[in-house]
Design a protein around this ligand. Structure first.
Ligand code: FDA
Ligand code: NAD
Length: 435
């Protein structure tokens, strides 16, 4: 007979949010057997950002157990033994295929049932695949995606099998930029292809992208903009050999890495819970429209207090903090108290080669470029302010020191007035340092 297990608290998903939720539960005191984490993955929660960075380094590559949560934010590394010590059950390599939110009952692919009092949904995002759009030849070998450690291992194996070969990166977002750099660092001949006029248009202005595109070109990366991959050719083994572009050009390829976006994994809960902006709608405590069911990390659309509107955020800082907030709220409720509201300041970052940027706040309104964004400048330091209704509400900074990054975070939170945009551009980082 298929097994049935009962828990007080269950986290569905074993990624970043799950790891930080477990730590927060443990801080509040847990009885053995009260909490379980169910994950499709075969390993304990880890810091996902490492997969596109340290994991792909040609030397001294990051490997588990080195980057289990919660090392990414400077905290204790939660090894599988830590969960065992705390009496937290890690139910790994287990995919949930059915969820009944009304009874808080989950069913796994092999028919096991899990029932809980409080459910935290932390399923994260899936990867959009070119096969989803029926792109011809997209099922060929060595056309790769990156979401989890299994994908990362496939990529490492392909890099070894096709050593010093040609790589085509499809997509100019986070994955495209980080993987383009990783492949180049591994001595691949890299071409990046994306449809927009500049990379990462969902955050970068033309002025910001000017720097990174020039910098990538100086590292020997070939950039093809304004077109998409319309099909792939494969050799007799089924390995990808060519990328056919919509504009008629053809690129040779031994490896193709695709980063054309993600989708929050909410399909299991369709029709059972309110949704908004593509995510599961929550209150400030990350509780959904179903009492006792919480959504954290990439899947949550929560009230962003600072901007007075619902938002969904697909970044690691929010995954960590939303998990902590939900657990604080759950524990407060148990003692008849109310947790403080979630007052989140958006924080995104990336790094590749020797460059690293941080962004805080909101990227709407007029933009003001400051500093030197010439890609030829060594150790360039430049940034951009976003100004809306006469107030600075977002700041991007490349090459900032720890203090400078703290200063821009402070600006995005304080939203100081800035009436004269030309003066703001001239003042540059000094404006932030004064706040
Ligand atoms: P996350 O994806 O971490 O975890 C979801 C978990 O749920 C996974 O373990 C998954 O297998 C499991 N799951 C899903 N459905 C399931 C089911 N039906 N049954 C069982 N288990 C199921 N952000 C940033 O700010 N800076 C950065 O540098 C990076 N870098 C980065 C690199 C790469 C390669 C990726 C893919 C993503 C990033 N991110 C990032 C984004 C960041 O990692 C992301 O926002 C968080 O991991 C989200 O945390 P969650 O816990 O919500 O999902
Ligand atoms: P993304 O949304 O950042 O970028 C998608 C890019 O795909 C777009 O910029 C566009 O250039 C491109 N695109 C769309 N359709 C295309 C097509 N048909 N052909 C070619 N290009 C096309 O998504 P991503 O880079 O795939 O990242 C996936 C997820 O991982 C996101 O949630 C992201 O936030 C997360 N992530 C974050 C970081 C970070 O924060 N540093 C790093 C890696 C991944």
């Amino acid at each position: 007979m298929a097994s049935e297990k009962h828990f007080k608290y269950l986290v569905l998903g074993g990624g970043v949010a799950a790891g930080y939720a477990a730590r927060e539960f443990a801080k509040h005191g847990l009885q053995p057997g009260e909490l379980a984490i169910i994950s499709k993955e075969s390993v304990a929660p880890y810091e996902r950002p490492a997969l596109s960075k340290g994991y792909l380094a040609p030397q001294n590559a990051a490997r588990l157990p080195g980057f289990h949560t919660c090392v990414g934010s400077g905290g204790e590394k939660l090894l599988p033994e830590w969960y065992a010590d705390k009496g937290i059950e890690l139910i790994l390599s287990t995919e949930i295929v059915k969820a009944d939110l009304a009874t808080k009952t989950l069913t796994s692919a092999d028919g096991a049932t899990f029932i809980c009092e409080i459910l935290l949904i932390a399923t994260g995002s899936s990867t959009i695949k070119l096969t989803d759009f029926g792109v011809q030849g997209a099922e060929s070998n060595n056309i790769l995606y990156l979401r989890d450690i299994e994908d990362a291992d496939k990529l490492v194996a392909a890099m070894q099998a096709k050593k010093d070969g040609k790589a085509v990166v499809v997509g100019g977002g986070y994955i495209g930029l980080e993987l383009g750099a990783a492949l180049k660092t591994n001595n691949f001949d890299v071409t990046m292809v994306y449809p927009e006029p500049w990379c990462m248009p969902r955050l970068f202005t033309a002025g910001i992208a000017h720097f990174y595109e020039g910098y990538y070109a100086s590292k020997g990366i070939n950039i093809v903009k304004g077109t998409v991959a319309s099909g792939f050719d494969a050799d007799a083994n089924g390995d990808v050999s060519k990328v056919n572009l919509k504009d008629g050009r053809v690129l040779d390829a031994d490896i193709v890495i695709v980063g054309v976006g993600g989708r929050p994994l909410t399909g299991l809960f369709k029709g059972q819970v309110e949704e908004e902006k593509g995510g599961l709608k929550t209150d400030t405590f990350f509780e959904t429209s179903v009492a006792g069911v919480y959504a954290i990390g990439d899947v949550a659309t929560f009230p962003m207090k600072l901007y007075n509107e619902p938002r969904r955020v697909e970044h690691v800082d929010h995954a960590r903090k939303s998990a902590e907030q939900a657990v604080k709220a759950i524990k407060a409720k148990e003692t008849g108290e109310t947790a403080a509201e979630y007052d989140y300041l958006p924080y995104f970052y990336s790094r590749s080669f020797e460059v690293a940027w941080q962004f805080y706040g909101d990227n709407v309104g007029e933009t003001v470029l400051f500093g030197d964004n010439d890609p030829a400048t060594e150790k360039a330091k430049f940034g951009t302010y976003w100004v809306k209704d006469g107030k600075v509400i977002g700041v991007f900074l490349e090459g900032g020191s720890a203090e400078e990054n703290q200063a821009i975070a402070k600006v995005a939170r304080a939203q100081p007035p800035a009436a004269d945009l030309e003066a703001l551009s001239k003042e540059g980082l000094d404006f932030a340092s004064k706040i």
